[in-house]
Unconditional design. Structure first.
Length: 127
């Protein structure tokens, strides 16, 4: 579930597109009053906080105060106020966050196959 307000039109458009064209279920609850946010934290399994530009993450403090596990980027503004249970690389976060979330949920990830040097070159030169 997301809490993205109407002022983020571009992001809302991307969320709507992803939700309608993939198997991903995305529920955007919009802007919520504080009481509903705290209730949502209490009913959630984790706070996944993908922001890479937050200077002070109030959601981090709220979730931590509710005892909710936090999955967030490996940036100073995250590690100073809270101690996340999992962190992901903020630079390459699309792949990193998916791996971290799967690990947090206890999903097994298939091991990578080892290629020979010639297989590697073939894959790079002729994708």
């Amino acid at each position: 579930m997301l809490t993205v307000g109407p002022e983020n039109e571009r992001l809302l458009g991307r969320i709507e597109h992803l939700s309608s064209t993939s198997n991903i279920r995305i529920d955007n609850l919009g802007r919520l009053p504080r009481e509903q946010v705290l209730d949502l934290y209490k009913r959630s399994r984790a706070l996944i906080f993908p922001s890479t530009s937050e200077s002070f993450g109030l959601p981090l403090l709220e979730a931590d105060g509710c005892g909710l596990p936090i999955v967030a980027s490996e940036l100073d503004y995250v590690g100073e106020p809270v101690n996340p249970v999992e962190t992901f690389d903020a630079g390459g976060w699309a792949v990193s966050i998916s791996r971290v979330v799967r690990r947090f949920l206890g999903c097994q990830e298939a091991p990578l196959s080892v290629m020979t040097a010639s297989e590697f070159l073939e894959r790079i030169l002729h994708p």
